[in-house]
Write a protein that binds this ligand. Structure first.
Ligand code: PGA
Length: 248
């Protein structure tokens, strides 16, 4: 049985004050969570998150990672730096990185490799744009995004990774994919992996992301191939986030 993972993606949000408050709220209500829980913080707050979460069951990580370990890459943060602060996860290939920061499939694959090289669990985001769904090429798009990683790292690498299916049209829009729409793509992803390695397909956690909230998480997480969620907006309020952590 795969465990449910609920990971918060805070994006470009938070301050020392609000993060202290948010984590205090999460820790106060986490004991009856059904899921494994993690938060992905802006880089600069990771030391604060580490201090507060040390010795708790809540994991934490970053929202991206450099492909490089060190050198002349102004503004970047590397795997060894994230190790220095005991991060467990690194999101790679979030649609906002792909669209706003021009990250290509190969960049995402290199970041995925960098995370694994340093013992971090990559949370690999894949998902189609609205026009791609309307053109009926969702599976093609998701396949291409996965293939970049599989070609570089091999399918076995997915066994220690997390995949997040996030239809771009559902992110931050309040338009969640229906549980069946999400399940169909999750089943496609698992089936694609199973053709290469059945054991890896059985093991890999596939999260759904895109306007998940306390009201829809139960139904989504009840689907056979949905193993939790990557949560943006609703991860910024302890009460909303906890409602999702208790779902499933
Ligand atoms: P959302 O974001 O929950 O605000 O839609 C999800 C994400 O971008 O990971």
């Amino acid at each position: 049985m795969r465990r449910i993972l609920v990971a918060g993606n805070w994006k470009l949000n938070g301050s020392t004050e609000t993060i202290k408050e948010l984590l205090k709220g999460i820790l106060a209500g986490i004991s009856d969570a059904k899921a494994d829980v993690a938060v992905c913080a802006p880089y600069i707050y990771i030391p604060l998150v580490q201090d507060i979460l040390a010795g708790t069951e809540v994991g934490y990580g970053s929202q991206s990672i450099s492909e490089n370990d060190s050198g002349a890459f102004t503004g970047e943060i590397s795997g060894p730096m994230l190790n220095d602060f005991a991060c467990k996860y690194a999101i790679v290939g979030h649609s906002e990185r792909r669209s706003l920061f021009c990250e290509k499939d190969t960049d995402t694959a290199n970041k995925f490799a960098a995370a694994r090289k340093h013992g971090l669990t990559p949370i690999l985001c894949v998902g189609e744009l609205l026009e791609e769904r309307e053109q009926g090429i969702t599976e093609e798009v998701v396949s291409r995004q996965l293939d970049a990683v599989i070609e570089l790292e091999g399918v076995e690498a997915l066994a220690d990774a997390v995949i997040a299916y996030e239809p771009v049209w559902a992110i931050g829009t309040g338009k969640t994919a229906s549980p069946q729409q999400a399940q169909d793509v999750h089943a496609f992803i698992r089936g694609k992996i199973a053709k290469l390695n059945a054991e890896v397909a059985e093991k890999v956690q596939i999260l759904y992301g895109g306007s998940v909230n306390g009201g829809n998480a139960d139904e989504l997480f009840a689907m056979p191939d949905i193993d939790g969620g990557l949560i943006g907006g609703a991860s910024l309020k302890a009460e909303d986030f906890l409602a999702i952590c208790k779902a499933g």
